[in-house]
Design a protein around this ligand. Structure first.
Ligand SMILES: Nc1nc2c(ncn2[C@@H]2O[C@H](COP(=O)(O)OP(=O)(O)OP(=O)(O)O)[C@@H](O)[C@H]2O)c(=O)[nH]1
Ligand SMILES: [Mg+2]
Length: 392
């Protein structure tokens, strides 16, 4: 797939963007509308509603808007569903990099398990044992759901799912009446073993049954979303990305910056990835497809493996490397490869900060002559991100 690759040094940041003039095939400096848009967005963030002061300062600054019900900047997600539906497998595969085939040996969960994810967002996932009824009177709703931002309900699509749907419906109705701001994310899981027809019929049937129940109870606009997932392909990472994105208050700003980057550099698709979890926290607003995601996530694996072998010390918190006397080199990892694949011919990756990497898919008209233009615009994008996430 890869025919060539090279590393290069990014252009320094300047207050003006360099844009390519297709008519004359030359580059010129100009104050771009996107620059103004970026400035406006950053100003908007300052004017945005700020949360009431909290006793505990968030470990990582995640913007000025509250992005968790506990208002400590740490969204909390809860994995719920019937026994053996796949909850622990999902969290182990996505956050502990357990090979999917080894989930076969996972034991049933007997107590609530917390997974902390330290990333740009610093969030927590709670894996709940499937055999407990949390709506029982013995359980205090407020203690269980009081600080939860999203409930991920996992349904085993390979099994008889009517009981699971009844339990989901009961939970959704209670959440709607008592905690209406909690997002309910339904993972129709283990779809790997199903035929295409059966898969889409099952998916449609589950959506219909939940929506009927909700509209019978008068909740027509409940925040309930549905995803088809499996740990044996990238669908679980894509679904998780969409769940996490809803909890990022800066998402519209990020999307707008990515849109502007794509239009300036004729990039077909740009993703902002959390490198360790391979969750993308934002993408431009052009339609997404799982194929593009798969190419990018595979690329991250390759780059991470190579940089583990040939990498260098990253700057520490105070901006110095562990070995102070090393000569000045690039601060960010970067890579561009050419693919022999119709449509998306170039893949460009650039490290943005210690958590994030930008990956762009480019078509034929984005050839390497424009590399300087892309580097420059990505430099501007990176600068903007450092203002949105100052702590990272
Ligand atoms: N085919 C398939 N099997 C899966 C998938 N995800 C999980 N499994 C299998 O489902 C079984 C149960 O997975 P667990 O993750 O232990 O289920 P759980 O929901 O945590 O179960 P409890 O802890 O008992 O509530 C394991 O044998 C997994 O290998 C999937 O996407 N596809
Ligand atoms: Mg479990």
């Amino acid at each position: 797939m890869m025919t060539s690759s090279y590393l290069s040094i990014p252009a320094p940041y300047q207050p003006f963007e360099m844009i390519n003039d297709p008519g004359t095939h030359s580059c010129r400096y100009t104050m771009k509308a996107s620059d103004l848009t970026m400035m406006r967005y950053l100003q908007d963030l300052h004017q945005a509603e700020t949360p009431a002061p909290v006793a505990q300062t968030p470990k990582y600054h995640t913007g000025r808007l509250p992005n968790s019900r506990a208002q400590d900047g740490k969204p909390r997600l809860m994995l719920m569903g019937q026994k053996r539906s796949g909850k622990s497998s999902i969290s182990s595969v996505v956050f502990h990099k357990l090979p999917p085939s080894e989930t076969l040996y996972l034991e049933t969960t007997t107590h609530i398990t917390k997974y902390s994810v330290h990333s740009i967002l610093d969030f927590a996932i709670y894996d709940l044992p499937g055999h407990i009824n949390y709506l029982d009177d013995a359980y205090d709703d407020e203690a269980t759901f009081g600080e939860v931002d999203a409930v991920i309900w996992v349904i085993d699509a390979q099994d008889e799912y009517l009981d699971a749907i009844n339990a989901l419906n009961r939970t959704v109705l209670i959440l709607q009446s008592r905690f209406p701001t909690i997002n309910v994310e339904v993972f129709v899981h283990k779809v790997d073993g199903l035929s295409e027809d059966y898969k889409s019929d099952t998916f449609r049937d589950i959506i219909q049954r939940v929506q009927d129940e909700l509209s019978d109870a008068g909740y027509d606009n409940a925040p309930v979303s549905f995803y088809q997932t499996s740990i044996f392909d990238d669908s679980i990472f894509e679904a998780f990305s969409k769940v996490i994105q809803k909890l990022i208050p800066q998402l519209p700003t990020l999307e707008s910056l990515l849109n502007s980057l794509c239009s300036n550099c004729r990039i077909e698709k740009a993703y902002l990835f959390d490198v360790l979890s391979k969750i993308y926290i934002a993408t431009d607003t052009s339609p997404t497809d799982i194929g593009s995601y798969e190419i990018c996530s595979g690329y991250i694996d390759v780059v991470v493996d190579i940089s583990e072998i040939y990498g260098w010390d990253r700057p520490t918190e105070n901006g110095h490397t562990a070995d102070e006397d090393t000569e000045d080199g690039m601060q960010d990892g970067e890579s561009l490869i050419t693919m022999e694949k119709k449509g998306n011919n170039y893949l460009y990756l650039r490290e943005i900060n210690k958590y994030l990497a930008l990956i762009c898919l480019m078509g034929e008209d984005s050839n390497s002559e424009k590399k300087v233009l892309i580097d420059y615009n990505v430099g501007v994008f990176k600068e903007a991100l450092s203002k949105i996430f100052p702590g990272a």
